[in-house]
Design a protein around this ligand. Structure first.
Ligand SMILES: Cc1cc2nc3c(=O)[nH]c(=O)nc-3n(C[C@H](O)[C@H](O)[C@H](O)COP(=O)(O)O)c2cc1C
Length: 293
């Protein structure tokens, strides 16, 4: 039964009859988001990136046809080597067929509730024709990965949940969807309205992930590489505040009590020293490149 995809905001009962095959648009057809999809108020890109999670449990609610196609369109707008666009997106909305994939995907539960799936196929031969082995082994795979990421973000910004499925029996999926031997199924994206709300996941700190200028090279003050002195000033300000607080505590004067002449002189000296240290440091930073650690 293929009644799980509905057009626009029509009722879930709406059943779409298969359309007459349409003539292919000319290959030079140019579509841009501006002309076909005028900007609308939705989630910003960074917000979508930071709040997206994989969704593996879906509500029974059908997905609007327009939304599924917008997700696919977002995929097709991904960057791709040489603008080859050597991919195919097979849209599957038959729940029985999606459920049947459960057996070819290490019995992943997500297949039992997803109302839609997009099978992402790379046309390997096309990539090879243009870029040889690198095209076949690398670009074709990377193109599809970029498309999948676009689709996940688009789905999330449209209020849908999605998950990237990479663990599947490729031969079985290829058979099911008649994928030719010149192509390879790269991923399956499951789509639907979320029936779970995963917590934010544990993320490695950027410190462990980022190197500057060469592999393995870390800087104690990476902001200086971009000559961002405002960050340096901010850190110095925090240091000064800390120094002043420590001096106040040393005198046993908490909560902003009167320091007295001696106390004020002591704090003034500490702050003064820190200030001149900061000034000297900044002056030297302007002259010499950032120190490696
Ligand atoms: C190449 C690739 C293959 C993946 N395969 C699966 C999969 O087969 N099943 C699944 O549930 N999630 C799969 N995922 C999703 C990851 O498990 C998920 O992105 C990761 O745990 C981070 O969680 P998040 O997406 O919620 O941020 C895959 C992700 C990638 C990039």
């Amino acid at each position: 039964m293929d009644g799980h995809i509905i057009k626009g905001h029509s009722t879930p009962e709406t059943h779409i009859e298969p359309e007459e095959p349409r003539r292919e648009p000319p290959e030079t057809h140019i579509e841009t988001p501006e002309t076909h999809y005028p900007p609308r108020a939705s989630m910003g890109v960074l917000e979508a990136i930071y709040t997206r999670r994989s969704i593996r449990k879906f509500l029974d609610t059908p997905i609007e046809y327009d939304k599924v196609m917008e997700v696919v369109r977002a995929g097709s707008f991904a960057p791709c080597a040489g603008n080859l666009q050597n991919w195919k997106f097979i849209v599957e909305t038959d729940r029985e067929r999606i459920r049947s994939m459960y057996h070819h995907t290490l019995e992943q539960e997500a297949f039992t509730s997803a109302p839609a799936a997009i099978i992402v196929v790379a046309e390997m031969e096309v990539a090879e024709q243009y870029y040889g082995m690198r095209g076949k082994r690398l670009y074709a795979v990377q193109n599809c990965a970029a498309a999948v990421q676009n689709m996940l973000l688009a789905a999330h910004s449209l209020g849908l949940g999605a998950v990237w499925i990479g663990a599947f029996d490729e031969n079985r999926i290829n058979d099911l969807y008649k994928v030719p031997s010149t192509a390879r199924t790269q991923a399956i994206v499951l789509l639907g309205y979320p029936d779970e709300r995963p917590q934010p996941r544990h993320m490695k700190h950027l410190w462990y992930l980022v190197n500057f200028q060469r592999y393995g090279l870390k800087y104690a003050r990476p902001h200086l590489i971009t000559h961002d002195l405002s960050t340096e000033w901010e850190q110095k300000r925090a240091q000064l505040e800390g120094a002043s607080e420590r001096a106040t505590r040393k005198l046993g004067l908490r909560g902003g009590g009167d320091l007295g002449g001696k106390g004020r002189r002591l704090v003034g000296k500490t702050v003064g020293q820190a200030q001149s240290r900061a000034k000297r440091l900044l002056a030297s930073l302007k002259k010499r490149p950032a120190k490696r650690r």
